[in-house]
Design a protein around this ligand. Structure first.
Ligand SMILES: [Zn+2]
Length: 118
């Protein structure tokens, strides 16, 4: 488990793929069944609805967005994770690091790649 980012550009990657994890596994596990079987709305934090540019309705302290808008945003997030991924596996990252050190894989800045385990 690791968070990778560049100090020089805005690229980041939040995970390596493994036998136990891909972004699609995360979708299936955390979102799709629950959201698809839900009634009309999903409850999210207000800043999420605003960041997604979705219309929302406040009911007390709870921010409701349509289940369809929420599902689209979840799919877009998964798409972005795949698009931003430069190292599918930790082994790919170590092979890159052995040749390139901490050079950013996106902008090429030297000594810019940061890896934080979590
Ligand atoms: Zn960079």
């Amino acid at each position: 488990m690791a968070w990778l980012c560049c100090k020089a550009c805005n690229w980041s990657q939040d995970e390596f793929w493994s036998e136990d994890y891909t972004p699609l596994d995360e979708l299936a596990r955390d979102y799709s069944r629950e959201i698809l079987m839900r009634s009309e709305t999903a409850v999210v934090e207000k800043w999420i609805a605003e960041e997604l540019g979705q219309s929302y309705e406040m009911k007390g302290d709870l921010c409701h967005v349509s289940w369809k808008d929420y599902m689209v945003s979840v799919l877009q997030e998964a798409e972005n994770k795949v698009k931003n991924m430069r190292f599918r596996t930790e082994a790919e990252y170590h092979a890159y690091k052995a040749v390139n050190g901490t050079k950013c894989p996106v902008c090429g800045a030297v000594d810019a790649l940061v890896v934080e385990p979590y």
